[in-house]
Design a protein. Structure first.
Length: 123
C-alpha cells in the first residue's frame, strides 16, 4: 500500500468496507513480550484495539504521506491480478479480529488506532 500511495495510486480496495486486522510493529513486539512475561496461554490475537476498515487504513496512509486516496481497485481487477483466492483471503475478507486476551491482561497499546500505527510505521 505504501508503494501505491507513493505513486499516487492509493484508493479503495474491493470497496474498502471490510474490517482489516492491523497492529503497529512496536505493539506487536510489545504484545509478544507481554504475553511471554505474563505467561498467557491459549490463542492470542495480535491486532489493534480499534477495528478499522481497509478504507480507513488506506486513507490514514494517504493522509500521512500527503497523497490522494482516489484510485479504486475493484474486486474483478484484483481477481485478475492476484487470483480469486489471494484476493479473498488477503484483501477483501472481513476480519474483525479483536485483541481480547491482551486487553484483559492489562496490555496498553502505544498505537491504539490504525492512523497512529500508520504514522509510526512511516517515521
Amino acid at each position: 500500500m505504501i508503494r501505491l500511495a507513493d505513486l499516487e495510486l492509493g484508493g479503495p480496495i474491493g470497496g474498502g468496507r471490510r474490517t482489516w486486522p492491523w497492529i503497529s510493529v512496536d505493539d506487536e513486539v510489545r504484545g509478544i513480550m507481554h504475553a511471554l512475561d505474563r505467561e498467557l496461554e491459549g490463542p492470542l490475537n495480535l491486532a489493534g484495539p480499534v477495528p478499522a476498515s481497509a478504507n480507513e487504513i488506506g486513507r490514514a496512509l494517504a493522509h500521512a504521506m500527503h497523497r490522494p486516496f482516489l484510485a479504486p481497485a475493484p474486486r474483478f481487477a484484483l481477481n485478475l491480478a492476484l487470483g480469486r483466492d489471494a484476493t479473498e483471503s488477503l484483501l477483501t475478507a472481513d476480519a474483525p479480529v479483536r485483541p481480547a486476551v491482551l486487553e484483559r491482561s492489562g496490555f496498553s497499546f502505544a498505537h491504539p488506532t490504525a492512523a497512529s500505527a500508520v504514522r509510526a510505521a512511516l517515521t
